[in-house]
Design a protein around this ligand. Structure first.
Ligand code: RUQ
Ligand code: CUA
Ligand code: CA
Length: 647
């Protein structure tokens, strides 16, 4: 599809800069491959003479005042962010960009004692010796549960790519309550909840979470077929939103990358960049087109019900065959392959519920696929799945992810161009249909630098409101004070309420967030105080405190109420296995206590009405002043308990 020449430079402040960049980027791509991003970055440091200073934003218009909140003023949106290889899940207030919280999930956290308390270890998973099974994590994508096409404030889910885990975050307490490891896969990347049931109209909310696996491995991956790469396979996985058990998997050709779901619950989609099933990256780039693969959820679940599945290795999860060879007849097919140019990245569902958009990555295009036509193909009404493509238009170099404003516009990050392009979906469809006068590129905005993810307020919901857009830039270079070799990344906030995008704020973020969602604060009603009864081991009264011995096993029960623990001291013996249970009986919002044991490498917190416990071997005799680490009271420093370990 050729591009209208006018659209290439539309909104470009400095065409020469862009041309320079593109050349460099392509050189990097052809030669060193992996240095694509960096080579583009270096070139950018020397803008063409007369170019704007890098990052000079057009003067922000009136609405940008809303970004700088007055002291005490609350944000109007929540942002849920992945933390990348910090392994965490972050909560930001938007539009201020203030980081409000990090919810520990996949990796230990020193503040809260996540990974140290028995309760968190049970969620994270342990080895037979009780130590954590994993201590590293790489979170990329987080999405929240839906009802009637909008967020319902129950849960968010987040993927972990290194060890193929998925965590569920309860959005009432902002805590992780469940983590599972997905069997038979590696490189679990894309994740998306369904938005309703494909069959039962009464189920108008999320009950499944879909997970795409990026890396292909021998199945089972137990030492067989190590060298025969033709046997390597990837699977697409469905996890039950409530039980967090794996419901089923689909064996596919090629790989999965990102994931999206249709608003009618009928389809899940994944973009595929390695349909070639290459093992080396040159092989992965060899084909001109890869694909967006669609899953017919109702048919897959019927096949599972009918027993048309196998299992792999030790896993009991039903695996259905979604390969192209097994799905030639559309009327019975479980999957539908729509071709998309070269190594696409990102697939997003438009808020008008009509389209999926795949970004081209190595192709400068966006591909618009019509949901109704994919369903037509499954009904035998469309000859070729590619007829579901209603637009494939050039938008710029290195398109990755797309956000929406609810007014028919898409905003796609251009990694190589270091830009966001705003384009109109209907105009793109017209242009693709032959109307070469249709101007689909509406605006372009330089960002700093090399943007990956992008999202707008309420973007992938029926309530997309087109107010704020945030873009995660992978390189910050000169945007912030230097702090040594490791740079912060730049999250840039853009006002998209007008025709032109207005860049209104920069925020440094610790590397490296990937995806995020931004939604109205009214959709959540978080609780600030736990319920005592939710903890089976709660020490409900100070009078229940004490040291309870059963041979070498000792349970120490205590409570906290500012500024004291119920036990000013307690005695154990060297060699004891001590389980210490602490319930915070304070009921007041924001009254958290800590509990640290010197030389025993223990610290954790208890929020109001929370119970937490730790188990350790008393292996050092002496006096150990357990103290409160979380500032709680004027007598916070006095809040201690003396642990006496007798030799
Ligand atoms: S994917 S840029 Cu996980 Cu794009 Cu992060
Ligand atoms: Cu209790 Cu500080
Ligand atoms: Ca490819």
């Amino acid at each position: 599809m050729s591009q209208h020449p006018d659209q290439k430079l539309d909104g470009q402040p400095d065409p020469s800069r862009r041309k320079f960049l593109n050349t460099a980027a392509f050189a990097g791509l052809a030669g060193a491959g992996l240095s694509v991003g960096l080579s583009a970055c270096k070139q950018e440091q020397a803008p063409a003479p007369g170019a704007e200073a890098p990052g000079a934003a057009p003067a922000a218009h009136a609405t940008s005042a809303g970004v700088h909140l007055k002291p005490g003023e609350l944000d109007t949106y929540y942002g849920l962010w992945s933390g990348g290889h910090t392994g965490d899940f972050r909560v930001l207030g938007m539009p201020s960009g203030r980081e409000l919280h990090r919810v520990p999930c996949f990796v230990p956290d020193a503040l809260t004692g996540w990974g140290l308390t028995n309760e968190s270890k049970a969620i994270m998973g342990t080895k037979p010796d009780g130590s954590l099974k994993y201590t590293v994590g790489d979170t990329h994508h987080t999405h929240a549960s839906y009802k009637d096409g909008n967020y319902d404030g129950r849960y968010a889910w987040i993927n972990e790519k290194i060890n193929s885990r998925i965590a569920r975050i309860r959005l009432d307490y902002f805590i992780c309550d469940k983590i599972i490891e997905i069997p038979n896969v590696q490189g679990f990347h894309g994740i998306f909840p369904d938005k309703r049931d494909p069959v039962d109209p009464a189920i108008n909310y999320t009950t499944r979470v879909f997970c795409g696996a990026e890396f292909q491995v021998p199945l089972p991956n137990n030492g067989t077929d190590l060298e025969d790469t033709s046997k390597y396979r990837a699977l697409f996985t469905c996890v039950d939103a409530e039980s967090m058990e794996v419901r089923w998997q689909v064996l596919i050709d090629g790989n999965c990358d990102l994931t999206a779901t249709s608003f009618d619950g009928k389809l899940a989609a994944t973009n595929q960049y390695n349909l070639e099933s290459g093992v080396h990256y040159v092989d992965m780039m060899s084909a001109e087109r890869d694909a967006c693969l669609f899953f017919n959820i109702a048919r897959i679940e019927q096949a599972v019900k009918d027993g048309k599945y196998t299992t792999i290795g030790d896993s009991k999860v039903p695996v259905v065959d979604g390969t192209r060879a097994a799905n030639k007849d559309p009327k019975t097919a479980l999957t539908c392959t729509v071709s998309v140019p070269k190594n696409p990245h990102g697939v997003n569902a438009t808020p008008d519920t009509k389209y999926f958009i795949c970004a081209g990555k190595l192709s400068p295009t966006a591909t618009v696929i019509e949901v109704a036509k994919v369903l037509d193909w499954f009904d035998g009404k469309l000859e070729n799945p590619d007829q579901a493509i209603v637009a494939e238009v050039e938008i710029g170099l290195g398109p990755l992810h797309t956000a929406f404003d609810g007014r028919g516009n898409a905003y796609t990050t251009l990694f190589l161009d270091s830009q966001i392009v705003k384009w109109n979906i209907d105009a793109a469809i017209k242009f693709h249909g032959g109307d070469k006068a249709a101007q689909y590129v509406v605006d372009r905005l330089d960002v700093h630098y090399q943007p990956g993810h992008i999202n707008a307020s309420q973007s992938e919901t029926v309530a997309a409101d087109g107010k704020w857009l945030c873009v995660g830039c992978k390189f910050s270079k000169d945007r912030f004070l230097p702090v040594g070799p490791l740079h912060a990344e730049t999250e840039q906030l853009v006002d998209i309420s007008g025709e032109k995008m207005v860049h209104v704020a920069d925020h440094p973020v610790r590397p490296e967030p990937h995806d995020f969602i931004i939604f109205k604060r009214e959709l959540l009603s978080p609780k600030q105080v736990y319920t005592l009864e939710d903890f089976p081991h709660a020490v409900k009264l100070p009078s229940e405190s004490g040291v309870f011995r059963e041979g070498k096993k000792v349970t120490v029960k205590l409570t906290s109420q500012a500024p004291a623990y119920s036990l000013p001291e307690f005695k154990v013996k060297v060699g004891d296995e001590v389980t210490l249970i602490l319930t915070n009986l304070d009921k007041i919002e924001d009254l958290t206590h800590g509990f640290a044991i010197p030389k025993y490498n223990i610290n954790f917190i208890v929020n109001p009405q929370e119970t937490a416990s730790v188990t350790f071997k008393a292996d050092k005799a002496g006096v150990f002043w357990c103290y409160c680490t979380h500032f709680c009271h004027a007598l916070h420093l006095e809040m201690r308990s003396r642990m006496i370990v007798e030799a």
